[in-house]
Design a protein around this ligand. Structure first.
Ligand SMILES: Cc1ncc(COP(=O)(O)O)c(C=O)c1O
Length: 199
C-alpha cells in the first residue's frame, strides 16, 4: 500500500504538469497522502487565467513552491504549504543546548520553531517584500508575460525551417533542436552556447 504519493506540477525538464485530480482521486481510494512538488509551476496560481492548469492542487496534503524559479526571487525562496499548523509541531522540538529554558522564559527569541532550517537566512523576507510591492496581480502579470513569451518562441521555432520543437510549452521551458541533429550534436551545441555566454 503506498503511503505517500508525490505529484509534480511543472517538471524540471519539460515543465509538464501531472494530472492532479486523477492522482488525488487515486490517493483517496488507496488512503495515501499526496504531496505535490509545485516548485516550478506553483506560481501559476498568481494568474487568474493560468491557474486552472493547477486544478486539483488543493487536494494535496502538502505543497512545495520555489519562488526562486517562477517567482523572481534570488535563491533560496522555497515554501512548504501544510494543511494546518499542527503539521508543523515537529518544528517546535526543543533541545537544551539551543533553547535554554530560562532564556525562553525570559522572552529571548530563537529560530527553532520558526524555520525548517535553524541558522539560515530568513528567506521569507524578500518574498514578503515582493508580495507587498507587486501584489498577487503584479506577480500574475509577470507569470503571464513569460508564459506568453514561451508560446511566442515556440511559434517562431515551429515556423522556422531549421528548428524542431519538442512539444508545445506548458510553462516557460521551450525545448527544441536544430532539425535532424542527433542527441550528442545537440548537447555539444548546448554546451558551446553555454560556454560562449550567448544563450
Ligand atoms: C520540479 C522541481 N522540484 C524541485 C527542485 C529543487 O529545487 P531547489 O533545490 O532549488 O529547491 C527543482 C529544481 O530544479 C525542480 O525543478
Amino acid at each position: 500500500t503506498p503511503t505517500l504519493v508525490i505529484a509534480t506540477a511543472g517538471t524540471t525538464d519539460t515543465g509538464s504538469i501531472d494530472p492532479l485530480p486523477a492522482i488525488a482521486q487515486l490517493c483517496r481510494t488507496h488512503g495515501a497522502r499526496l504531496h505535490t512538488d509545485a516548485s516550478y509551476g506553483g506560481p501559476l496560481l498568481f494568474s487568474d487565467t493560468l491557474r486552472p492548469a493547477l486544478n486539483g492542487l488543493d487536494q494535496s496534503h502538502t505543497i512545495a513552491v520555489d519562488l526562486h524559479k517562477l517567482g523572481w526571487q534570488p535563491i533560496a525562496a522555497g515554501l512548504l504549504a501544510v494543511p494546518d499548523t499542527t503539521t508543523l509541531t515537529a518544528l517546535a522540538h526543543h533541545t537544551d543546548y539551543l533553547n535554554a529554558p530560562d532564556d525562553t522564559r525570559a522572552g529571548l527569541p530563537d529560530l527553532l520553531g520558526r524555520s525548517l532550517r535553524t541558522t539560515r537566512r530568513p528567506d521569507i523576507l524578500k518574498i514578503a517584500v515582493t508580495l507587498r510591492a507587486l501584489g498577487r496581480r503584479g506577480l500574475g502579470d509577470l507569470v503571464e508575460r513569460v508564459c506568453a513569451a514561451a508560446q511566442h518562441l515556440a511559434d517562431l521555432i515551429d515556423a522556422h525551417p531549421h528548428f524542431e520543437l519538442h512539444a508545445r510549452p506548458t510553462l516557460t521551458t521551450v525545448l527544441f533542436r536544430p532539425t535532424g541533429t542527433d542527441d550528442p550534436t545537440t548537447a555539444a551545441l548546448r554546451r558551446t552556447l553555454l560556454h560562449n555566454g550567448h544563450a
